[in-house]
Every structure is written in C-alpha cells, then in structure tokens.
Design a protein around this ligand. Structure first.
Ligand SMILES: *Cc1c(COP(=O)(O)O)cnc(C)c1O
Length: 369
C-alpha cells in the first residue's frame, strides 16, 4: 500500500525554522503559556495580517469564544452565523448562551449571502453580531457585508480560520471586522499542531482577551478573580512552531494555488464538473480545492474511488441549520448551502503532493465521469 495522500496535512519548513524557535523556548526554559515566542508570534501575525494587535490562544474555537465575549455578547443575544461552515464557528455562540440564527450562502462566493443577511437583520433588529466565514480560503463579499453591519449596527466577526493568506481587494481577510480569528489546527494552511489567534485594531479589547484567557487573574498579591476566567492561552513551545510556519506561509499559498490550477486545467472542461468560484476581487489562499458535481456521478462515488487508492477526499461541510444539534434555531435563506453540501467534493490539497500524485487523482476522477 502506498502512503496515504491527505486533504491537507502538517508541512514543516525544509529549513527547520520551527525547531529553532522551539529550541529557544527550551534553552530559556519558557515552557509556559507565555514567553518570547508567544509575544513575537502575536506581533508577526498582526503585522502580516495588517491589524493593530493579536492574542495567541489555544485554538481557533477559543478565539471565536473570546471575540464574542469582547463584543459583549451575552445570554439571549442574537448572533447571525454563516450556515455553511465547521461547527466550531457556531459552538461558541452557545458557550455564551446566546442564540444563533443561521444564514445561507450565495452562489457567487459560497459565503454568507448579503441579501439573506439583510433579511435576517430586518427580522431580528435586536441582533448584536454576525460571524462571517471565509470558506476554503475564498473571501466573502466584505464590502456589501460591512454596509449591512453598519446600517443595522451589528458587530462583524470574521472567522478567517481557513483564509490565512487570502486577500479581499488587496486587504487581508480577518482585518475588516471588529474581530478576526485564525486557526493553526493540523489541517490548516500553516499549523502549530493546535492553536488560534484573535486579532483586532482595538488593543484594549485584545488586552482584555489575554486577561480572560489566563483565568482572569486580577492584579493582586494573591489569587484574586473578579471575572470568570478561561485557560485559553497558547504555549510558548507551540508559538515557536507558529513563528517558523509563518516564514513559509507564502510558499504554502503558492503551492496550494498551483494545485488548484492543476485541477482546473484537468477537470474544468469535463461535463458535470464545476470548479469552486473565482472572483475578480479575491486573492485566495486555495486552502482546499473543491469541485461541484452536476451530473450523475455523486460525491461519494468520487470519495470512495479515491479512498480505494488510499487518497483522502471529503464532502463539503454539512450546513449548521441541518445539524441535529442546531435544528431548533432559525435559518434565513434558500437552498444554496444545501446544494453545495449535496454536490461538493474537497480534493486532496496537501502542499507535499507531487505532480505524479495529482495526475493519478485527476485520472481516477475522469474515469468516473
Ligand atoms: C478549523 C476551523 C475552526 C476551528 O479552529 P480550531 O483551531 O480547530 O479550534 C473554526 N472555523 C472554521 C471555519 C474552521 O475551519
């Protein structure tokens, strides 16, 4: 059996940058959720993304949770949320005892539909915030979304977990909203094995988030807490991996882009196959190359055929409003996200993939059409 080809797996630098920063953490004995790597990873990521400040956290999920807290989302508040996403986007709304209202995708971007969002704002004028996801590295149509947020006075939180390296009209995703979050989970474009980042131009709110993330310890000679605390800080060892990975982020985007265009060249002219959208404003990171099947070949046919050759492919996220856990919550929109789930397949987009392996994958897919 040949080695498995993955959708996306960790890819450390050939130069060994990550180990150098990890070694510094060991040498200085800062094996703790604070230290030089944490501070520098925050600075380096903030500067890459173009935001005022950043808080390094234990996961993207904890970053979304603290974004909601920073935005003062409390029990009973309404928070709009892209329906086509991973559950980690929506779960923190429940952690805050707030109420999610899911919003459909639009065909042109696969991301939150501005028209449906507008309808949601009219139905729920008391809503406080919206979490907009940049799915698979494609940016949502931020100009239209920001207009709606301003008009209805709702806080924009960008879930940029999948879009590090993606630009919308020349500006990095995650830097448009009052808050943005990134993830460094093992399958993301760069990884720290696990971790996340909360970013904002509001330094006071980021400082406050660091406070919450370290058990809300008041400034006192003893352990004193006047607020509920969380253990959400990133380890200094893990932050070292992140600093090394940031050095090769541009290379990873280049490779992901090459993978996407390989698939496009091989598959886009085949009847029944459509590539993911491309928009003039967008410079995506091409995190996962994704196709839509419009003929009689179904997503599971492709996934199973690839799996027989030890190759991983996966269906598009199942929309949140169709998840058993979230069924009781309202949903605004039509069936766009549902159709993307029904017909979509995420193809292997691992940055260690070879041209030979890409040839093999497209040959298997073509054989099914
Ligand atoms: C990965 C991911 C998250 C969660 O990040 P973790 O670091 O795994 O907690 C949130 N939202 C989206 C869209 C993701 O893909």
């Amino acid at each position: 059996m040949t080695d498995r080809i993955y959708l996306a797996s960790p890819h450390m630098s050939e130069e060994g940058y990550e180990m150098q920063f990890v070694q510094e953490a060991f040498d200085s004995n800062w094996i703790a959720p604070l230290g030089e790597n944490v501070n520098q990873f925050e600075n380096e990521l903030a500067s890459f993304v173009g935001v005022g400040s950043a808080a390094a956290l234990s996961s993207g999920t904890s970053a979304i949770h603290l974004a909601l807290k920073a935005a003062q989302i409390e029990a009973g508040d309404i928070v709009f949320c892209s329906t086509l996403t991973f559950s980690a986007t929506a779960n923190p709304i429940i952690y805050q005892n707030a109420t999610p209202v899911f919003v459909d995708s639009e065909k042109e971007t696969w991301n939150i539909c501005p028209e449906a969002l507008e309808r949601a704002c009219i139905k729920y004028p008391e809503a406080k915030a919206v979490i907009v996801v940049h799915l698979y590295g494609l940016s949502a149509d931020l100009d239209r979304i920001i207009k709606i947020c301003n008009k209805h006075n709702i806080v924009l939180i960008e879930d940029a977990a999948e879009s590090l390296g993606t630009y919308y009209k020349g500006q990095h995703t995650g830097s448009f909203g009052e808050y943005g979050i990134f993830s460094f989970n093992g399958n993301k474009i760069i990884t720290t094995s696990g971790g996340g980042m909360l970013v904002s131009n509001n330094m006071e709110r980021i400082e406050k988030s660091r406070f919450w993330a370290t058990q809300s310890r008041d400034k006192a000679a003893h352990y004193q807490h006047s607020e509920l605390g969380f253990n959400y800080r990133m380890s200094n060892v893990v932050a070292g991996i992140g600093r090394g990975q940031l050095k090769v982020l541009r290379d990873r985007v280049e490779k992901k882009r090459a993978i996407y265009f390989f698939y496009k060249e091989q598959l886009s002219h085949i009847a029944g196959v459509k590539m993911m959208p491309e928009n003039s404003w967008d410079r995506p990171n091409y995190w996962l190359s994704t196709i839509m099947l419009e003929g009689k070949t179904r997503p599971l046919d492709v996934i199973n055929a690839l799996d027989e050759h030890n190759i991983e492919a996966r269906r598009v996220w199942k929309p949140m409003h169709q998840q058993p856990y979230f069924l009781e919550y309202d949903y605004i929109g039509g069936n766009i996200a549902e159709q993307l789930f029904e017909n979509g397949v995420c193809l292997p987009s691992d940055t260690k993939i070879t041209d030979f392996q890409l040839e093999k994958i497209t040959k298997i897919i073509k054989g099914l059409m």
